[in-house]
Design a protein around this ligand. Sequence first.
Ligand code: OAD
Length: 262
Amino acid sequence: MEGALQMLATRLSTARRVVVLTGAGVSAESGLRTFRGATKEDLPPDMRTLWAEFDPATLATPEAFAADPEKVTRWYDWRRIGCLAAEPNPGHLALAEMERKIVARGGEFSLFTQNVDRLHQRAGSTRVFELHGSIIDWRCTETGRKFTPPEERMPHYPAKSPFHPGGLLRPDVVWFGEQLPEDVLLEAMTRSRSCDVFISVGTSAVVYPAAGFVSLASAEGAFTAEVNLEATANSRAVDAAIAGRSGDLLPRVVRAAFGRDS
Ligand code: OAD
């Protein structure tokens, strides 16, 4: 693994265009539960991965919201409060540092995230594209207008829209069965195809289209790497598969690529 980490660092040290794709694993060390991954069945349900305790079909689809808006709103508000209470970890901070180093020498850096928690932005990353929206913002079901609820639990479930008498608030996330924001998807595909280095961090690589970006990068000759706690469907296809926690590994990658003071 040391070899793979060093290989990635060497490529990064001269790269002109870098694309990073992140998933729930990068926020695991901030205390936020991932959706999937090795889960010990003997753990209490509230310590397992989210989709091992909850059924996405009854929580993360437009049909689930239409059928039971109270339940869906309550669950997303519980997660929103958890995201607001969490702090960025060394993995988020290392990606913000990576951006600064690459931009400072005239390079291009883009961070595409499937995460809805805003921890990358809070860590200082500025070139963040949210593929699955954000749980911190909500929107009116009738007008589409966005709203950032106060940093406390909502007083009622479901939450009434402040913009339309018949409207409800729903999280501004992309549910299963919904389209990703077209402009963000286009940016992701274009930048994946034209980068020199593509790094996938903390994602199980099972949810498309994000899981396919690494193949677009690799088909155009980019150096591809994965930093993940366990092997994924992409591990064998990337040039460097680095197994472990992103909060440990990303600061080491950044130090090895850009120097000790990083
Ligand atoms: P997943 O929960 O599917 O995958 C998280 C990955 O991170 C797993 O492979 C874990 O092994 C790994 N992991 C856990 N802790 C880690 C750590 N400290 N460092 C590095 N890796 C770690 O999350 P995503 O791939 O982001 O969508 O999931 C994609 C989408 O599926 C989500 O956006 C969400 C979910 O259903 C919707 O809700 C629509």
